[in-house]
Design a binder for this molecule. Structure first.
Ligand code: NAD
Length: 332
């Protein structure tokens, strides 16, 4: 049956089934760091649920995965309440959907905008808080509102500065990831020790960071790219592009591939360029992120309960990713 031929009851039954499957997969992915299925399989089901709920808004429940950030806080870690929620991100899979996103932005703002385009690093989101230039707290996204306090673990990562170049107080957010080489070596070690291998670098990073024994984290060679400066009004940048430069000056490890695009043709060129070279990058990416560059326009657009309205991820087609992961896992 097509979606518009369903009765509300049928739609509701389907939604209940989809949520149950997605919740099961999310638990494996976020809590156990051992996914049952590839991301694109999850993404397809997630989008089916989203479409169903959009066609029948009355069936939406507050605990539906479309209404909350996936992820839970593991036992054993102290909890951290995020002053600003750490949100998820909307995603698109085609140029057509990208155009729809751009049209929505233009309609809201009233004119065309510049985008800062960045690589979507395949790791997990972290928050870092500094007081007078000193690192005081680091945490995971958790369920978006409450994350895990992993300060000690994050202190073992050499690219995270303990002290900034200026004695400022701030919060930044970014991605913690496991470089491909470290991932390949880790899986060899896991195999040799008769332990389970990690399905992909993202899960390996998440599993390595959420360790009660920080010496394990230290041995895992994690790295970071920082991309969000919170409460940016306290600083000089007026654009996302400048904010990344400011964070670099403060001592953070930022990704050098960010680029300002003035239109979707330029965005599409960026996508084509990195889709081609993604296998050669020393870290995993699962797409690119498009962010409205002007920070005052970002504030104007705001966010939904789950995602910012001013950014979207374009996800690469799945085949290559699956191949890359398998190659690394089985050929070393
Ligand atoms: P997401 O990972 O698709 O996107 C949001 C995240 O992107 C942010 O939290 C941030 O950590 C990251 N990111 C990387 N580079 C970034 C950059 N330059 N700028 C901003 N953010 C950047 O969304 P999510 O809510 O974390 O997770 C949902 C996704 O997780 C799904 O789309 C799916 O692919 C995957 N997932 C897979 C399974 C599975 O079973 N395979 C289960 C649950 C979720």
């Amino acid at each position: 049956k097509e979606i518009d031929q369903l009765t509300e009851n049928e739609a509701n039954d389907l939604a209940v089934q989809l949520r149950s499957t997605l919740d099961k997969w999310s638990d494996q992915y976020y809590t156990k760091d051992a996914p049952d299925v590839e991301d694109y399989v999850y993404d397809e089901k997630y989008n089916d649920l989203l479409e169903l709920e959009q066609a029948f808004p009355s069936i939406i429940t507050p605990d539906s995965i479309t209404q909350r950030v996936g992820g839970k806080v593991l036992e054993g870690f102290s909890k951290v309440t995020h002053e600003e929620p750490m949100l998820s991100m909307g995603d698109v899979f085609s140029r057509e959907e990208l155009t729809e996103f751009d049209n929505r932005i233009q309609k809201n703002i009233g004119h065309a905008v510049d985008y800062n385009v960045e690589l979507k690093i395949d790791g997990l989101a972290i928050s870092l808080i500094y007081e007078n230039g000193e690192l005081v707290q680091g945490s995971t996204r958790g369920d978006g509102n409450i994350g895990e306090d992993i300060t000690k673990n994050l202190r073992t990562i050499t690219s995270i500065p303990r002290t900034l170049t200026r004695p400022v107080s701030l919060e930044v957010r970014g991605e913690c990831y496991m470089p491909k080489e470290a991932f390949a070596k880790l899986n060899v070690k896991q195999l040799e020790a008769g332990k389970e291998v990690f399905a992909n670098p993202r899960n390996a990073a998440a599993g390595s960071l959420r360790q009660l024994d920080t010496s394990i984290t230290k041995s895992r060679k994690l790295d970071t790219f920082i991309y969000t400066l919170m409460a940016v009004e306290n600083f000089n940048p007026t654009t996302q592009h400048e904010a990344i430069q400011t964070m670099e000056e403060l001592g953070f490890h930022t990704n050098p591939t960010q680029q300002i695009c003035h239109n979707l043709d330029e965005v599409w060129e960026y996508i084509a360029k990195y889709q081609k070279v993604r296998d050669e990058l020393p870290y995993g990416i699962d797409g690119i992120v498009l962010k409205v560059n002007d920070l005052s326009l970002q504030a104007k657009l705001g966010h939904t309960i789950k995602v910012p309205r001013w950014e979207i991820a374009y996800k690469f087609p799945p085949e290559e990713e699956a191949t890359v992961v398998r190659d690394i896992e089985w050929t070393v």
